[in-house]
Design a protein around this ligand. Sequence first.
Ligand code: PXG
Length: 447
Amino acid sequence: MSKTAAEITRATATANLEPYWMPFTHNRYFKQHPRMLVRGEGAYVWSDDGRKLLDGLAGLWCCHAGHCHPRIVAAVQEQVATLDYATAFQFGHPKIFALAEGVTRLAPPGLDHAFFVNSGSEAVDTALKIALAFHRMRGEGHRTRFIGREKAYHGVGFGGISVGGMMPNRKLFGAMLPGVDHLPHTHSLTDMAFSRGQPQWGAHLADELERIVALHDASNIAAVIVEPMQGSVGVIVPPQDYLQRLRAICDKHGLLLIFDEVITGFGRLGTNFAAQRFNVVPDMITFAKGVTNGVVPMGGVLVRKDIYDTFMTGPEHAVEFFHGYTYSGHPLAAAAGLATLDVYEQEELFARASRLESVLEDAVHSLKGLPNVVDIRNIGLAAAVELAPLEGKPGVRAMNAFLRCWDDGVLLRQSGEALVVAPPFITRELEIEKIVEAMRKAILAVA
Ligand code: PXG
């Protein structure tokens, strides 16, 4: 039986918060000032004190169709009562094959095989392993180096932090993977602040890839991995022609190009994948989050047919890729994924995200000129407003603004000095305006 808000509040007040070590959270501050979410529906979540909040970040970039979508809930409920788990190795169940077909149908042409995992981090590590093994199986085992990019977030596995470019995610964790270089990031306040959509400046930064290739020789490099739009660091939009140039340089030198689309996949930029928005087809795509609307953990890697075929060469009775997880292709995730793709299609949610792009763009850019606003960036249904840091206290102004929004009934994400917005695609125009009005009040309050 579901609890009343008052019962939940009482339960929270008496809960022992200490044993839980919270991820990516200021544990001590949080436990003194807990923010508890207890219910979700559509574009809203409810806190334990009964407040209704607009979810301005679609959970954590994942609940595109909104919370507790009845069709996805029903699909998961039915699945858990029918087949709760199926051994992942040497056995299948029908829904995961159907989901592979559904996901590959959305992918750019050629990316026609899907490997399933349980998170974006696992997807990234899996893609890196596929790249190494692919080269090795083709007799190019010397291609072992990876190239990532500054400011990148590729999850928290050792592979992901090695190619990732966020210092705090790396600095305590030793040497990580050997043989990784980083492209420069593409953000420049001087050259592109307040760009709407793709900045005009910055395509030349892709040529840094040539410099890295010249240093190591292409024969030693396995793959380049980038987020087509850098989400986690605060919506850094690729400069016009930048991704095209990366693709051309990878082609010239035989490097695999991996797009990490954990955030951009499934409609966030108004197209199925960012690859289609930017008209650049990578060799692999990592995905997670939106594939199940965030309802059940799932990630995956889309690969080109010839990559898959390269593995399908040994004796037929032998395992081709010694990789996978106990929960790869979990039946609940498969059921959630199938229902999610159905909802996306039937409710035409990617087209809706695309239509809402200009609403969000106009709304966030109206914040230009407010005190301490040094940049506003947007593409698709994602935007970031960057604030000047408080002297000697990095991130604190943005955190205070984020907390003001929470008090005002709007849930956002703080990333460094930026406030990030990426609402569910079902959000209405008025609600987007409400989110941005809360940001306006918060920015004025922390001036
Ligand atoms: N790649 C990308 C591009 C991501 O954005 C991951 C990999 C890792 O996914 P998992 O499922 O392992 O968390 C992500 C995750 C933020 C934020 O603040 C973004 C993510 C995770 C947590 C916070 O924007 N993205």
